[in-house]
Design a protein around this ligand. Structure first.
Ligand code: SF4
Length: 288
């Protein structure tokens, strides 16, 4: 198994201990990018990307030429006004950027489609509110089967690349919660398998020295087996046709609104169509 990426905050004392690891550095706003890059260089660590968890809409982001060449995962609550985004668009298209946006509003799902159509790579984050499942599966169809060129939309491209009928597909890899790939670290070096677990203080380790051999620990094994709890009751996720790609990611929402089942069944069909098309290639009958 490859060593995991460490998702950690901008904390100079912590960074000094992270040499040899691949790092995703979490910062709250784009204004801190320069400071973050300076500290990364000073600590001589390998930066995979900066994960900016901003409270500002995309249209209010202070994008500038200085961001060129820096890999950015920019999480925003919404797109904001199209006119503000349009002003920033020429520069956004020159950046190494992926825009993350939660799927808990119709506007956001529409915004992601607009941004992708403008060539911006996007990631749909799980939402907490009422999700428009029909729009979500429409977006999957656009992402994987749309004929016009567009920016990639995650998690759909990851699904199309990694899904195997008999294998294990982790949807959360698209938003840094794949337990085999990402470990989340707090400023004191304690770590967990997701930011939510860190926030709830459900630590898998109390210090970086415990990272060695993390995949052999009972904490990791327990985390990997959590999915079994979905099968303790018959119904819900246990009988869902989309389980193989969702694995209960939206089980909280599903308890209130089981429409996710239909959406993930459709997305599974789309993923299989996409994989079949990729194997076949793009040859058209009239090209033979
Ligand atoms: S789509 Fe809904 S019901 Fe199906 S596995 Fe996911 S959360 Fe559970």
């Amino acid at each position: 198994m490859r060593p995991p990426f460490l998702v950690c905050p901008l904390q100079p004392d912590l960074l000094k201990q992270l040499q040899g690891y691949q790092i995703i550095l979490r910062i709250p706003e784009l204004e801190q990018v320069e400071q973050a890059v300076e500290q990364v260089n000073r600590a001589s660590i390998r930066l995979e990307c900066l994960y900016v968890t901003s409270r500002l809409a995309l249209g209010l982001q202070p994008v500038s030429e200085k961001l060129k060449g820096i890999p950015l995962a920019l999480r925003v609550p919404s797109m904001g006004l199209m006119r503000d985004v349009a002003i920033r668009l020429p520069l956004l298209r020159q950046l190494s950027i992926r825009v993350f946006m939660p799927m808990d509003s119709t506007e956001n799902l529409t915004s992601i489609r607009i941004l992708a159509s403008l060539g911006i790579a996007c990631t749909v984050l799980p939402g907490t509110k009422n999700i428009k499942w029909d729009l979500f599966s429409d977006l999957a169809s656009y992402a994987l089967l749309g004929l016009t060129p567009h920016g990639s939309i995650e998690p759909f491209h990851t699904l199309a690349r990694e899904y195997q009928p008999a294998g294990r597909t982790e949807l959360g890899g698209a938003w840094f919660t794949h337990p085999e790939k990402f470990i989340h670290v707090d400023s004191q070096g304690r770590f967990a398998f997701s930011q939510d677990e860190l926030d709830r203080e459900e630590f898998a380790g109390a210090g970086l020295q415990e990272l060695h051999g993390i995949f052999e620990t009972p904490a990791f094994q327990k985390h990997q087996e959590q999915w079994r709890e979905q099968f303790l009751t018959f119904g819900g996720c246990a009988t869902c046709p989309g389980w193989r790609i969702c694995r209960g990611t939206f089980s909280v929402q599903a308890a209130e609104n089981p429409e996710c089942r239909k959406a993930f069944q459709e997305i599974l069909d789309i993923v299989e169509l996409k994989q079949a098309a990729d194997v076949r290639g793009n040859h058209q009958v009239w090209q033979l």
